[in-house]
Design a protein around this ligand. Structure first.
Ligand SMILES: *[C@@H]1O[C@H](CO)[C@@H](O)[C@H](O)[C@H]1NC(C)=O
Ligand SMILES: *[C@@H]1O[C@H](CO)[C@@H](O)[C@H](O)[C@H]1NC(C)=O
Ligand SMILES: *[C@@H]1O[C@H](CO)[C@@H](O)[C@H](O)[C@H]1NC(C)=O
Ligand SMILES: *[C@@H]1O[C@H](CO)[C@@H](O)[C@H](O)[C@H]1NC(C)=O
Ligand SMILES: *[C@@H]1O[C@H](CO)[C@@H](O)[C@H](O)[C@H]1NC(C)=O
Ligand SMILES: *[C@@H]1O[C@H](CO)[C@@H](O)[C@H](O)[C@H]1NC(C)=O
Ligand SMILES: *[C@@H]1O[C@H](CO)[C@@H](O)[C@H](O)[C@H]1NC(C)=O
Length: 337
């Protein structure tokens, strides 16, 4: 049953290359506030903790003192945030989200930069209650050390609903359209060969954290399980944890990898990786979690576990040129059964 759902879900994914104009989904985006590093100390390739030298803080307006270059009119506001870690929680009449540049892997010796732009609606009313503000991230980083190749995980996080017991989830409806492009402007279509020519190393992913304890599930460094869904993977450096040993590949659209977050750790990461990069997705992600309940072996979730964190973003490893990841459509609807 779960497999059927899974296939249906993934067939809705449109392969990379489709133009944003043709993508399925809901317009507009909502922002929310940022919070601290999502991948903090959690992956074999990440190693470090979320700390970085820059300023933290938060901003509940989506503009104001925390941002440079705020451009407003009577309808929308565009604000730029270049801080390493900063919570942006725009006011909304719908579900609350938090955005964060989250440059947790940036150190004094890092060569590169990253800024996040967020576009909010002054009327606080987006296309649907679960639509996020539009946002984009422009960045360039030289390759980091092999022990810590990831520089940042700019992301948006769900603030409402969580934590929730997994068997209390009915669906996780996820509508997404984005582009990754070379340069500092938003690309209208994705040109994967141009990105490859700039040696882009990055992914585009959902990141969730589970634990049998409700409170621990909200702590990314302590939660026993991290479950990811990768929509795209650029460059060979960004292998999922546990690669190349594939655990499961239902019908060829999506592969599962599993491994300890750091060498010898009892905390594990399970990663579903789309076999083909997808620029747009419209479907239910919950079947990908349900599928894990029936897997044999240790380090798979139990349906009585809690989901404490749900984030979506891009892990930025490195790139030869400036690149822009732009999310033009995003709605995240976690509904209770
Ligand atoms: C905003 O509204 C005011 C009052 O209607 C108008 O004078 C002004 O030109 C508008 N500004 C923009 C940027 O649209
Ligand atoms: C809110 O503002 C946005 C952006 O200007 C606009 O597209 C939308 O129609 C407005 N919604 C309502 C209910 O006024
Ligand atoms: C504003 O811009 C300066 C230089 O461009 C940058 O160093 C600083 O971090 C930015 N501040 C914010 C709040 O983004
Ligand atoms: C982000 O905002 C800055 C400041 O307003 C602007 O110069 C830049 O072009 C924006 N980038 C994108 C990708 O929209
Ligand atoms: C999260 O877990 C880590 C590791 O167990 C711990 O050091 C940290 O204090 C926890 N954070 C919170 C906010 O409880
Ligand atoms: C979850 O754990 C309980 C208690 O160990 C067990 O009875 C149940 O079958 C487990 N559920 C799943 C989906 O593995
Ligand atoms: C990337 O953008 C930065 C900041 O605007 C600029 O200084 C740099 O020259 C750009 N890099 C390339 C390779 O175009």
């Amino acid at each position: 049953m779960a497999l059927t759902f899974l296939v249906n879900t993934l067939l809705l994914a449109i392969p990379l290359g489709g133009s944003v104009g043709t993508l399925v989904g809901i317009d507009a985006h909502r922002a929310a506030t940022g919070q601290k590093g999502l991948f903090a100390g959690d992956s074999d390739s990440n190693g470090g903790t979320g700390s970085s030298g820059g300023s933290g803080g938060s901003d509940s307006t989506g503009g104001g003192s925390g941002s440079n270059n705020t451009i407003s009119d009577n309808h929308t506001k565009n604000s730029q945030y270049c801080q390493s870690s900063y919570g942006i929680t725009p006011p909304t009449q719908g579900e609350q989200f938090t955005l964060n540049p989250n440059q947790w892997g940036v150190t004094d010796t890092t060569s590169g930069w990253l800024c996040m732009n967020v576009t909010t609606f002054n009327n606080e009313t987006y296309a649907t209650k679960t639509t996020t503000p539009d946002w984009s991230v422009t960045w360039q980083f030289d390759p980091g050390p092999q022990t810590q190749p990831v520089h940042a995980f700019p992301n948006i996080q769900v603030e409402d609903v969580l934590p929730i017991v997994l068997n209390g989830v009915d669906s996780i409806d996820f509508d997404l359209a984005y582009t990754y492009g070379v340069g500092k402007t938003v690309a209208t279509t994705m040109d994967e060969s141009a990105l490859t020519a700039q040696s882009l190393q990055a992914n585009v992913a959902v990141d969730m954290f589970f634990d049998s304890d409700k409170e621990t599930s909200q702590n990314s460094t302590a939660a026993s399980l991290e479950v990811m869904v990768w929509f795209a993977r650029f460059g060979a450096s960004s292998d999922p944890i546990g690669y190349p040993r594939r655990r499961h590949q239902p019908h060829g659209r999506c592969e599962l990898y599993k491994g300890p977050r750091t060498s010898g750790s009892s905390l594990y990461t399970l990663t579903w990786v789309a076999t083909e990069n997808t620029a747009s997705f419209n479907g239910d992600l919950y079947p990908l979690i349900k599928d894990l309940y029936s897997m044999s072996g240790s380090h798979y979730p139990n349906d009585t576990d809690y989901m404490g964190i749900f984030q979506f973003g891009s892990e930025a490893y490195s790139s030869d040129s400036n690149v822009t990841f732009a999310v033009s459509e995003l709605s995240i609807d976690i509904s209770k059964s």
